[in-house]
Ligand binder design. Structure first.
Ligand code: PA5
Length: 334
């Protein structure tokens, strides 16, 4: 299978970590008549980004189910920055290209409100705008497409969270990288799963605490394999999507079987109902011993499923023409 940048993922994560410099906290700058001070104690984190960059917010939210996160994290995948129920939030604006209209609009609004903004990007208009104001930009390693740059964006965001004392991650950062290596050893299993869903619309059941892995599979199947996918989040989807299993549509079910302890009965009950209805499903088990390692195993593994499906369908995983078109249209309408 063509693994694109996956074999460099561990290195990309380590490289991005080095780009988060503690002197970010010493930045003080004037923007639109307001002083923005990066040394303040922030009371919330806003992650803004779209697609392959925005999924970092979902992954961080998963991790906060397991870690002792000291600040609320809000994920904004929109051009409109909503009201943030906090007096001094830090905004982490993630855009691989730095040219995503939605993310740039959110940043402009955040700066108007006087919030500190840190860019995580390879450059583009976002990098240029922040640098022109003297505001911090964390560079990330380049990849074939934004979604393949996940580890660099994730590790940069994690290091920023640690810098602002939102979480204490310590050695888990390095240990977490084993999840990537472990998943890369499971390429054959990922190919088997890809062949099993081929020709069907996959329904991926994930516990709420691993919703980010669900979103990642959906996005990767959409973009790499040009394939639709439904994400059903447990327990909520047990109160709606579940009724559709008697409808006879051309779907195949995948169940991610690991969540926080309190989610166990909800996952088990779901699998019991699927079995009672003779609905075949494939269980996806996460490997690893820490929350970051298991999450990284999950996001890497589902990415491999999508690349294997692309290969099985004879589809080039890299181009995403309709997305490029809509990006251009949106930019033109600003
Ligand atoms: O993976 C992709 O190519 C897309 O999902 C992009 O991430 C998305 O269009 C946003 O672009 P960027 O990550 O450059 O902000």
């Amino acid at each position: 299978m063509r693994l694109l940048d996956y074999e460099r993922w561990v290195l990309m994560a380590r490289e991005a970590l080095l780009n988060v410099k503690p002197d970010i906290r010493t930045v003080r700058a004037q923007v639109g008549g307001k002083t923005i001070d990066y040394g303040i104690d922030v009371d919330a984190i806003v992650i803004t980004g779209m697609g392959g960059s925005g999924v970092i917010g979902d992954i961080l939210q998963d991790l906060c189910w397991y870690w002792d996160c000291r600040l609320p994290i809000y994920t904004v995948k929109h051009a409109v920055l909503p009201k943030i129920p906090a007096s001094s939030p830090l905004v982490i604006a993630i855009s691989y290209s730095g040219n995503t209209t939605e993310t740039i609009k959110c940043v402009e609004e955040a700066l108007k409100r006087g919030y500190p903004v840190i860019g995580v990007t390879t450059g583009g208009r976002l990098g240029e705008m922040l640098r022109n104001f003297g505001l911090p930009v964390v560079g990330i390693p380049r990849a074939t497409a934004p979604r393949y740059a996940l580890p660099g964006m994730l590790y940069a965001a994690l290091a920023i969270l640690e810098l602002y004392k939102a979480v204490t991650i310590g050695i888990e950062l390095e240990q977490g990288l084993r999840g990537i290596e472990e998943a890369l050893r499971d390429v054959d299993m990922a190919s088997e799963t890809a062949n099993w869903i081929k020709g069907y619309t996959p329904v991926f059941w994930v516990p709420e605490s691993r919703r980010g892995i669900g979103i990642r599979l959906k996005n990767d199947l959409n973009e790499n394999a040009k394939y639709f996918c439904i994400v059903a989040v447990i327990p909520e989807s047990s109160h709606n999507d579940l009724a559709a299993i008697t409808g006879g549509q051309n779907v195949r079910h995948l169940v991610l079987t690991e969540g926080v302890d309190a989610e166990r009965p909800f996952i088990d009950a779901l699998m019991e109902v699927l079995e009672e209805h003779n609905v075949e499903f494939k269980a996806i088990r996460l490997k690893g011993s820490t929350p970051l390692e298991t999450e990284l195993y999950g996001v890497t593994y589902v990415g491999l499923i999508s690349l294997a499906l692309a290969e099985a369908l004879n589809v080039d995983p890299v181009p995403i023409k309709p997305i490029e078109r809509i990006r251009a249209l949106i930019e033109r309408r600003q």
